[in-house]
Write a protein of this length. Sequence first.
Length: 191
Amino acid sequence: MQDLFNTRLPDGERPDIQLCIFPHLKEFLVLDLRETNPQVLLINSDEIFVEEFYTTVETEFSQILREGKDHPFAHLIDLPVMVDDLVRDTAMTAILNRMGIHIHHEDEIPTVIVFIVSGGVLSSQSDMVLGGLKNLLKEHSGDETVSQWEDTVSRLLSEEREALEQHNQQELAATLGGQSPDMFTLWENRN
C-alpha cells in the first residue's frame, strides 16, 4: 500500500500523467509529470463531459452498432467491450484536450496511469491513500505543493467516502424494497 501511487511503467519509466479519479465526485486530480516542474490540476468533469463528448460517443456507437453484419451475434456479444473502449478513449481524449494536449500522431500520446479511489481501500485505509497521494505530490512537486493540495485531497477523500456510503444505502434500500435486479430472496417465482 505504501507504493500505491508510486507507479512505474513496465520499462521502469515514470508515466507522463497520473489521474486520480473519485468515481462518485465531479472533481478529479491530474498530476502532469511531462515538464521539469510538474503541475497538479483539479479538474471538474463538467469541463470534460460537454456536448462534444456526448456527440462523439453517440456517433461512434452508432457506427460500432452497425458493424459486424457477417457475424451479428458475435458482434452483439462483443458490443459491451467495444462500448467500454469507446467511452474510455473518448474520455481520455477529452481530458488530454482539456490539459492542452492535442494528439495528431500516435507517437504523441503521453503515458497515463489512472487511479480509481473508491471501495474498500477508501473506507478502511483512507489515511494510507492520503499518505500515498501526499508522497506522490512531494516527490514530484515538493513540499510547497503538498501543503497547497493536502486540504483538497483530504476533502476529495472525505466527499468520496460520504458519496459511496450514501450510494450503498440507496442500493440496499432498493434491494430490500424489491426494486433492484440484485434483489436477494430465499424463493423467487417469476412465472
